[in-house]
Ligand binder design. Structure first.
Ligand SMILES: *Cc1c(COP(=O)(O)O)cnc(C)c1O
Length: 396
């Protein structure tokens, strides 16, 4: 099928929930993807912070192929080795003692919300069920997770929402302290807000939130669906703050594109879940587990955290240079390879112009250009992006 045939067929038959760019992609390798007409694109979206090892990564593909030949699915009524191995890898490399596997970020956050409520119900009292979440946060698209998401645009038209959620401004400890009541069981936040515009809190914020949780005996849930698995230059973004959360959620980059999610907790919290309390048919699927083991081993063994920090610093410096040339760039911010330009204008035209020039970037919240490329990008890839942005912004 050619590009137009693919787009027509899709538009006729798929629900209209996505605003798509008019290209159909067929192949990817490293930091590049190709459309059906053969045009090459430099990919600084990476499936929105998913393909951190780049497209068609050798070790990940080999792991999936090997697993496909053995066993593709069995129920969680039975044990499998890939699931046990991935759990061990995650536990060994994080604060957590136990893992629950699922298939997406929203599902991981659903599991986190359920576990927090169950833990509170059993240990803190039946009237402690409220979660405080952040304005401009993003936690997913299920009913519980749009309720947790502190942005009305994701909730509009879907009321009534779940009971028991309150919202405070991100990076404001006083507002948070004031919002804690007798009913509060936990605080849920992204260490760096992704969808909300790559919003980075002050250096002390997470530490202060952790202390507040300890003081009030409530849970700290970090949503690392976007920041996790090396995106910010540490395996998990909470590590920048030297704190330990009680619950953490993962998804996006964990399988490098193979759908997978995980919810992790300490033994004390995880003990609130027993057989029958929570489940997922596909959660912990052998293919997803094999892919994720390969992803984690590659990141840890091949120095990708270090190269993420290094390339991220180079990238940030180049963006700052670009800012001195173009007044439409209001602010440059980010950590590791989770970077953004705050603009004085809507970013849509810039994204479209970059696409025409063979570079994929993302715009979030209207005026923020977000860059979440594969962690394996080279400085030349960064230069290509910067040159393209420079050309495109020249005409703005
Ligand atoms: C993408 C994202 C989610 C939702 O993940 P899905 O896999 O789309 O359900 C949740 N939280 C954060 C921080 C995200 O970036």
């Amino acid at each position: 099928m050619n590009e137009k045939e693919i787009m027509d067929l899709a538009n006729e038959n798929i629900m209209n929930t996505y605003k798509r760019f008019p290209i159909a992609l067929v192949r990817g390798s490293g930091s590049k993807v190709w459309d059906v007409e053969g045009k090459e694109y430099l990919d600084f979206v990476a499936g929105i912070a998913v393909c951190s090892l780049g497209h068609s990564h050798g070790r990940v593909i080999a792991a999936i192929k090997d697993q496909v030949d053995r066993l593709t699915h069995v129920s969680n009524l039975y044990y499998t080795e890939p699931q046990a191995r991935l759990a061990k890898l995650l536990v060994d490399n994080s604060f957590a003692d136990k893992v629950f596997f699922c298939n997406s970020g929203a599902e991981a956050n659903e599991a986190a919300i359920k576990l927090a409520r169950k833990y509170a119900h059993e240990n803190l009292g039946e009237d402690k069920f409220e979660l405080i979440t952040m304005k401009d946060s993003f936690h997913g698209r299920t009913m519980a997770t749009i309720t947790a998401t502190g942005q009305e645009k994701f909730q509009f038209g879907f009321t009534p929402l779940l009971d028991g959620f309150t919202y405070v401004p991100f990076n404001d400890v006083n507002a948070l302290e004031a919002a804690i009541t007798q009913k509060t069981c936990g605080i849920m936040l992204e260490p760096i807000q992704g969808e909300g515009g790559v919003n980075i809190p002050g250096d002390q914020y997470l530490t202060q939130v952790r202390k507040m949780c300890d003081r009030h005996n409530i849970l700290l849930i970090v949503d690392e669906v976007q920041t996790g698995i090396g995106r910010t230059g540490k395996l998990f973004a909470y590590e920048h703050s030297n704190i330990k959360p009680d619950i953490m959620t993962l998804a996006k980059a964990l399988g490098n594109g193979f759908p997978v999610g995980a919810m992790l907790a300490t033994n004390k919290i995880a003990a609130a879940f027993g057989p029958g309390n929570h489940a997922s048919t596909f959660g912990g699927n052998p293919l997803a587990m094999a892919a994720s083991v390969a992803v984690l081993e590659t990141i840890l063994q091949e120095g990708l955290l270090e190269s993420c920090r290094k390339t991220g610093e180079y990238f940030l410096a180049q963006l700052k240079k670009l800012q001195t040339k173009h007044t439409i760039i209001r602010e440059v911010r980010g950590k590791g390879l989770m970077l953004a330009c705050g603009l004085t204008i809507e970013g849509g035209d810039i994204v479209n112009a970059c696409l025409k020039k063979g570079v994929l970037i993302n715009c979030t919240g209207g005026k923020t250009l977000r860059f979440v490329p594969p962690l394996i990008i080279s400085e030349q890839d960064v230069d290509q992006l910067i040159n393209t942005l420079d050309e495109v912004m020249e005409s703005k």
